[in-house]
Write a protein that binds this ligand. Structure first.
Ligand SMILES: Cc1ncc(COP(=O)(O)O)c(C=O)c1O
Length: 385
């Protein structure tokens, strides 16, 4: 049976020359990005400053709405930023850490940049609690729930853990947080676009953020921040700027008057070239049947797990496919050196301390590419000095 998703392979030039298994880090570049960046230069060259009013000003909203569709967010509820850390900072700036409800709960498996940001918020009065996990793979949900108490203000946690690909029970986390009056900031960088379902309305999540450069094939420099609309109206980010003003071109002096909708959470001038570069990937992702993408991701990651187990290599990912995202980290002996050699052979993967060689097939990969990469790793190990 032919895989219908393989028709997209021709849209990604790098797939012709490499075995591309690293979409959890940087998604393959869609061919359309050449034209998109050419358009950007053309508009800048020909329209100059008029580009703002003709297109650039509304581009963040257009992109936010396209991302919103992928996560079932209402129109005009997704703001665009440069990276996830900035998104976290915008959210943090909406809250006050000086009263009794000032606890921030996250886990030791969350992404370090997010971790570093929240740890630094101790300087603003935040009481930061890191939930320790046991095996480097799963988040013990009960332990996380125990930490979320009546003094908890924010719970910034990953939907899918970058290190192990474990899928957190986001719905249950939101329910627990809401029962005690806390808000969840869900990092969906490793879930949205990978096939793992993300439905912000169904989750009833307060905030969701992620970048475009991995599973959304959008390139570096752009990230999204969803804010639940009923909550958004009550928030006044302190990390703000002129795009968040109700009348930015009024250049009013003094305190801001916040805009409604997505712009309320933007601050300064957006990264326009990064937004152009993101358009072709989002167009393709918007066409895909995410159920198909998820099914394929589960099939290919199961293949990695099984081939690794056959060789006796340690797998740092959940065995249960329902709890596993799009990546499998395989810790074979000398994994770092194996990774370096795989890269030399144009088999693109990466290596992370404590994880091993990470492989993340996407909708554009062939089943055979998994076999090829695993056989190459095997051969490298056998012939290594
Ligand atoms: C789950 C997760 N969050 C955040 C990041 C990165 O954050 P930022 O966009 O601030 O660089 C990554 C990886 O790059 C990630 O995997």
């Amino acid at each position: 049976m032919t895989d219908p998703l393989l028709r997209y392979r021709q849209e990604f030039p790098i797939l012709e020359k490499t075995t591309y298994l690293i979409s959890n880090s940087l998604g393959a570049m869609p061919r359309g990005v050449f034209d998109a960046l050419h358009d950007y230069a053309g508009v800048w060259a020909a329209r100059g400053v008029r580009a703002w009013e003709e297109y650039w000003w509304t581009l963040p909203l257009e992109i936010g709405n396209q991302i919103g569709e992928l996560m079932n967010a209402p129109m005009n509820s997704v703001a665009i930023h440069g990276n996830v850390t900035q998104c976290q900072a915008v959210v943090a700036s909406c809250f006050d850490f000086s009263d009794e409800r000032n606890k921030v709960v996250y886990t030791d498996l969350d992404f370090p940049s997010v971790m570093y940001f929240w740890e630094a918020q101790r300087q603003c009065g935040a009481r930061v609690h890191m939930v320790k996990t046991d095996d480097g793979i799963e988040v013990p949900t009960e332990r996380l729930f125990d930490a979320i108490d009546e003094t908890t203000l924010l719970v910034p946690v990953s939907h899918v853990i970058f290190r192990s690909s474990y899928i957190n029970d986001a719905k249950a986390i939101c329910e627990k947080a809401h029962r005690v009056g806390a808000h969840v900031i869900l990092d969906t960088f490793q879930s949205l676009g990978s096939g793992v379902p993300v439905d912000v309305r169904e989750l009833n999540v307060d905030f969701a953020c992620g970048g475009l450069m991995k599973w959304l094939c959008g390139g570096p420099g752009a990230a999204y921040l969803y804010v639940r609309p009923d909550l958004a109206r009550a928030l006044a980010p302190k990390f703000t700027g002129w795009l968040a003003h109700e009348n930015p071109f009024g250049f009013e002096t003094g305190a801001t008057r916040y805009a409604h909708g997505a712009y309320r959470f933007i601050n300064g001038t957006p990264n326009i070239p990064a937004l152009y570069a993101a358009l072709p990937g989002l167009k393709i992702l918007g066409e895909l049947d995410m159920l198909q993408v998820r099914e394929k991701s589960q099939r290919l990651t199961a293949r990695i797990v099984s081939l690794a187990e056959q060789r006796g290599w340690h797998v740092n990912a959940p065995r249960n496919p329902a709890r596993r995202g799009g990546t499998v980290a395989v810790n074979m002996p000398k994994a770092k050196a194996v990774c370096a050699e795989l890269l030399k052979r144009d088999i693109l993967v990466d290596w992370r301390p404590g994880g091993g060689v990470r492989m993340s097939p996407h909708f554009y990969n062939k089943d055979e590419e998994i076999d090829f990469a695993m056989a190459a790793a095997d051969e490298i190990l056998r012939t290594m000095q």
